[in-house]
Design a protein around this ligand. Structure first.
Ligand code: FMN
Length: 367
């Protein structure tokens, strides 16, 4: 049954009380002093939505529908890829995919999932899902997994580029955290390799590539034949290079504060990146989104789609597929209220809305 959600912060508190300590630490944690984790949340408060009244909007007029790569969506909110969802629920990624399908949105499957692409494809049916990919040193693995994603109907590849080493997350050290069980897609590769006649040692070695270069984007495009979204962009210059190198979308993210802890809030970089991208490709945004107002502000700052991470795992833990759906529906509910009070009725109108900093309000209206 649906979860009774007051807000997504309280949802995290509830989960903290009954989830395994190691699992909760892994999911909640950020890198080092967790400065980015904190700033991601705070950054949204620096921008104001100016209330607009008497805009002739009936709540039933409010329309959250949008699209990405021509895929129709009932909400601009999708799921960020997150590893090892078996930590949150025994059905892991399968329940997560079902919940996103129910919300009319997109599920993103991590390379390091506890269920295979094939299993996810079965529960997703006609509903769209993306495959998140960490490029590997083993070219056989790259070819296998990208083909596996395409054959099973993934609609796009999310190429994550901000995690060539894991951020230093102290809870994981303190709790001696290890991923439980195996990663299903890596197992599928091993099985496929064993089925082949001759194996060279390099063929069985699976190790993520660290020395990524922009031309890797073309390589992933060619191997997969799918649109490639480059995830983990914080610099406008990197966004430009990624597009030049063939990126079909830019995913603005600081990995939810789990990687470089001296960086800016993801939301603070969004306007400059949007300016640089200049509508050449769609922009997906994540890191710190916990409120409908955050979704509104990200869309008004240049995002086309907003992704959510941790709260979805909390919903998954408490209520399986229904819990995941409840998190999206709760955000949708808050978003609709913000739209009504901000005087806009659809996603395009949000994207045309101007947000103000305190200084901008003062220079524009208060002098
Ligand atoms: N990002 C990836 O690209 N691949 C992953 O496998 C991955 N695993 C994650 C696992 C956990 C438990 C969390 C919390 C995040 C993970 N991320 C991964 C990052 C998310 O995709 C996303 O960028 C981040 O969670 C967004 O921030 P938020 O949690 O504040 O919404």
């Amino acid at each position: 049954k649906p979860l009774n959600i007051i807000n997504l912060y309280e949802l995290a508190d509830e989960v903290s009380k009954n989830m395994d300590k190691g699992a909760f630490g892994y999911i909640r944690g950020g890198a080092e002093d967790e400065l980015v984790l904190e700033n991601n949340r705070r950054s949204f408060n620096q921008k104001f939505i100016l209330p607009r009244v008497m805009q002739n909007i009936e709540t039933s007029d409010i329309d959250l529908s949008t699209q990405l790569f021509g895929i129709p969506l009932k909400t601009p909110i999708i799921q960020s890829p997150m590893a090892a969802q078996g930590l949150a629920h025994q059905d892991g990624e399968l329940a997560s995919a079902k919940g996103m399908a129910k919300a009319g949105s997109i599920f993103s499957l991590s390379t390091y999932s506890n269920k295979t692409i094939e299993e996810v494809a079965k529960v997703a049916g006609e509903n769209p899902f993306f495959f998140q990919f960490y490029l590997n040193k083993n070219t056989e693995f790259n070819a296998f997994i990208l083909n596996y994603a395409k054959q099973n109907g993934a609609k796009a590849i999310i190429l994550t580029v901000d995690s060539t080493v894991a951020g230093y997350r102290e809870d994981d050290v303190r709790n001696n955290f290890n991923y439980p069980g195996k990663f299903a897609n890596l197992e599928a590769f091993e099985k496929y390799q064993r089925g082949k006649q001759q194996l060279t040692p390099s063929e069985v070695l699976v190790e993520a590539k660290q020395a990524l270069v922009f031309s890797d984007i073309q390589y992933v495009k060619q191997l997969s034949g799918l649109p490639v979204i480059v995830k983990g962009i914080q610099s406008p210059v990197d966004a430009h290079h990624a597009i030049k190198a063939g990126a079909d979308a830019i995913w603005v993210s600081n990995h939810g504060g789990r990687q470089l802890d001296s960086g800016p809030a993801s939301f603070d970089m969004l306007p400059a990146i949007a300016k640089m991208v200049n509508k050449r490709v769609p922009i997906i945004f994540d890191s710190g989104v916990r409120r409908g107002s955050h979704v509104f502000k990200a869309l008004a700052s240049g995002a086309d789609i907003v992704a959510v991470g941790r709260p979805i795992l909390y919903g998954l833990h408490l209520g399986g597929a229904e819990g995941v759906n409840s998190v999206i529906e709760h955000l949708n509910k808050e978003l609709r209220i913000n739209m009504q009070l901000g005087g806009v009725k659809d996603i395009e109108q949000i994207q045309r809305t101007v947000l103000y900093t305190q200084t901008e309000l003062e220079t524009r209206f208060l002098q």
